[in-house]
Ligand binder design. Structure first.
Ligand code: ADP
Length: 187
């Protein structure tokens, strides 16, 4: 079970990813979580990434690729993984495919795209700003992240479509209903 979760910021990848972890018993690899942990711990990598993240841009490919490669090599990731927030551009997707081959792991089974409208995204992220206080959940940064998503990450829909791996689901409704629809397309 190797799944890529795709969708705009705030589309629910993190929430659904956690539920998929519990359901399938494979780890979630979230580059956003890993980067935030590095920033919090004040590591060299975190220092390098912070300004870009706070501005809503994409952290350098070599940094996130390094994070994922290390994590994919760990024992618990041998039977599969849920990728959340990676790949985020075509170069990362190509590297991921090569990496899995190199590590002797099967390729990605499915890319699950959670579709949510721009207005709903802005609403959710502003709401999350109040609850979680993330540095990048400010209105101007949110707009930038949506623009970056549309320019850099959206092309991945075509990338996985061309491999016949893309499934698009509506990311609006209750968490459980969305989860059920994901499990259904994966079974
Ligand atoms: P969200 O999906 O809610 O925008 P994430 O937690 O996935 O948030 O990512 C937060 C930030 O971390 C991104 O805006 C970006 O700066 C950085 N980041 C995360 N994953 C990647 C990636 N694969 N490539 C480049 N930057 C990334």
């Amino acid at each position: 079970m190797r799944i890529v979760l795709l969708g705009a910021p705030g589309s629910g990848k993190g929430t659904q990813g956690e539920k998929l972890v519990a359901h399938y018993g494979v780890p979630k690899i979230s580059t956003g979580d890993a980067l935030r942990a590095a920033v919090k711990a004040g590591t060299e990598l975190g220092k390098k990434a912070k300004a870009t993240m706070d501005a809503g841009g994409l952290v350098a490919n070599e940094i996130v690729i390094g994070i994922v490669e290390e994590r994919l090599g760990e024992a618990d990731a041998q039977k599969g993984c849920i990728l959340d927030g990676f790949p985020r551009n075509t170069a990362q997707a190509q590297v991921l495919d090569g990496m899995l081959t190199r590590l002797g792991q099967p390729g990605i089974d499915k890319a699950v795209h959670l579709h949510v409208s721009d207005e709903e995204i802005v609403k959710r992220l502003l709401d999350r700003a109040i609850k979680e206080g993330r540095e990048d959940d400010k209105e101007d940064v949110i707009r930038r992240r949506i623009d970056v998503y549309n320019a850099e990450t959206r092309p991945l829909l075509a990338y996985y479509q061309a491999q016949n791996k893309l499934v698009t689901l509506e990311g609006v409704g209750t968490v459980d209903a969305i989860f059920d629809s994901i499990v259904k397309v994966l079974s």
